[in-house]
Ligand binder design. Structure first.
Ligand code: PLP
Ligand SMILES: N[C@@H](CCOP(=O)(O)O)C(=O)O
Length: 466
């Protein structure tokens, strides 16, 4: 399998290469040169497979010859063996039409674990074949950080520097990052928003004073391997509803557009997905882009769904490239203009290409609270506010009610216990597997929202490439 950059001028790489590279050297994002496609018979033959086996089958075409099938299966069994539910990502029924796909049974209680548990093992495998160290630089609005730190803490040959927006993540999210004690883990709280942190991370990939000394790697969904692993649970859910013979729709709480792009990939691979709903909070740039073609940033508004307080959605570039004609130089020009103006118009091809599969929806705080209340009163389920944004969209959908509607439940409600308690009167408890989170000591460094300060901090502590 060969991977190309959305901006057309970075070298094509194989799976091992894109996993270690993260962002492409031209500033673009890698994706497969062509989508692999399963026949209906191949999809039917996946029904009933345990999660790890299904994962190895779905991901095999993307991995190519970077791993043998046995190696890939062994990594999947190790990664998904750490989940607290036998089904890994169980489906829960809310009523005759509405379902939740619970993605939060991993070690850090959010959907990020599904991909990051595997990515930590992939890094270890690929680094063992090469000499040298990897310096991971990541940005988080709360969940990627803890999942990535859990996945790489204490691993040989890897340092991780995780930037979170100071004061804009929940207490549980912050503590899940800052109470991990391992010499290779460095937490940085920066002044500003997630977008500011993400922009600094991308800048570091383009900074030769850093890339000449360090192998900079990515754990955010700019890394293709993250998205690849997220494709699997769309298959897992759809197969239970009778795919390939029956269609299914998904409502996806969206911020950086990684999770919902994984649904797009599943559809390209032959999964019968009728619709993907991009559900946003009031930071609704994606909803505006999909309904009017206007992709313009505003200021980021802090909400009770902090992990989705994002305006610049990295993976939207992958969609625009894919549905807009796969023209790397046009995409590079469009993104240059976006970077300069903080605003761009989608082309007709991009709008029409997206309209085939995607719908969008924006939930404000009241609608989010009402969805939490609805889940509790009608189905006895306590859900987190991010999931509630998705459920609000799912409940408002006018799609054919015969098509099952699956909302991705992206986080455990206890990660956002204050917001859940305000909406439902119930305070969810943290599962025992996160241990004594509030008794442990925190360690993190506060830095200004200034690239030079972050670069110097990383450069002083990271291990050179070797
Ligand atoms: C709990 C939760 N829900 C939803 C999202 C949005 O997912 P994505 O950024 O892949 O669109 C995030 C952050 O990524 C998250 O942490
Ligand atoms: N919501 C995310 C933001 C980063 O998104 P990613 O999927 O690109 O890592 C978070 O919780 O950190």
């Amino acid at each position: 399998m060969e991977y190309i950059s959305t901006r057309g001028s970075a070298p094509a790489l194989d799976f091992e290469g894109v996993t270690l590279a993260g962002l492409a050297s031209d500033g673009g994002l890698y994706l497969p040169r062509e989508w692999p496609r399963f026949s209906e018979a191949e999809i039917a033959s996946m029904a009933g497979l345990p999660y790890a086996q299904l994962a190895a089958r779905v991901m095999a075409p993307f991995v190519g010859d970077s791993l043998t099938q046995e190696e890939l299966l062994a990594l999947c069994e190790q990664a998904y063996g750490r989940f607290a539910h036998d089904a890994v990502t169980p489906l829960v029924q809310l009523n005759e039409r509405q379902w939740l796909l619970e993605l939060f049974h991993g070690p850090t209680l959010a959907f990020k674990d599904v991909a990051l548990q595997l990515l930590g093992l992939l890094f270890e495998k690929f680094l063992s074949r090469r000499q040298g160290n990897l310096t991971i630089v990541g940005a988080t609005s709360g969940d990627t950080g803890s999942a990535a730190i859990d996945a790489v803490a204490g691993r040989e040959g890897v340092d991780i520097f995780m930037l979170h927006p100071n004061g804009r993540v929940s207490d549980v999210q912050r503590r899940q990052m800052t109470t991990v004690r391992a010499p290779n883990v460095h937490n940085i709280a920066i002044e500003g928003s997630f977008d500011d942190a993400q922009a600094m991370v991308k800048r570091m990939f383009a900074d030769e004073s850093m890339t000449n000394r360090f192998n900079i790697g990515a754990v955010n969904s700019i890394n293709w391997a993250r998205l690849m692993a997220q494709v699997v649970y769309y298959f897992y859910a759809a197969l239970q509803f009778g795919a390939p013979g029956r269609k299914v729709a998904f409502s996806v709480p969206t911020g950086n557009f990684g999770d919902v792009f994984a649904g797009h990939v599943a559809a390209q691979m032959g999964l019968p997905i009728e619709q993907l709903i991009v559900a946003t909070n009031v930071n609704d740039i994606l909803h505006r882009a999909l309904t009017s073609g206007d992709y313009s940033t505003g200021t980021v508004t802090p909400t009770a769904t902090p992990s989705m307080d994002i305006q610049v959605s990295s993976n939207f570039e992958r969609l625009l490239f894919d549905v807009g004609g796969r023209d790397g130089s046009a995409m590079a020009e469009q993104m240059r203009s976006f970077d300069a103006n903080r605003s761009m118009q989608l082309t007709n091809a991009q709008r029409q290409g997206a309209a085939g599969l995607f719908a969008s929806y924006r939930a404000d705080q009241d609608q989010t609270s009402r969805a939490m209340q609805w889940a509790y009163q009608h189905a006895g389920e306590i859900i987190d506010p991010h999931t509630a944004v998705g459920l609000s969209a799912a409940l408002a959908s006018e799609l054919d009610p015969a098509i099952p509607m699956v909302t991705l439940a992206t986080a455990h409600p206890a990660k956002f216990c204050d917001a859940v308690e305000r909406a439902t009167g119930v305070r969810p408890m943290l599962p025992a597997r996160v241990g004594d989170l509030f008794a442990r000591e925190e360690a993190y460094t506060e830095l200004p929202g200034n690239y030079d300060a972050v670069r110097d901090f990383v450069a002083e502590r990271a291990t050179p490439a070797g």
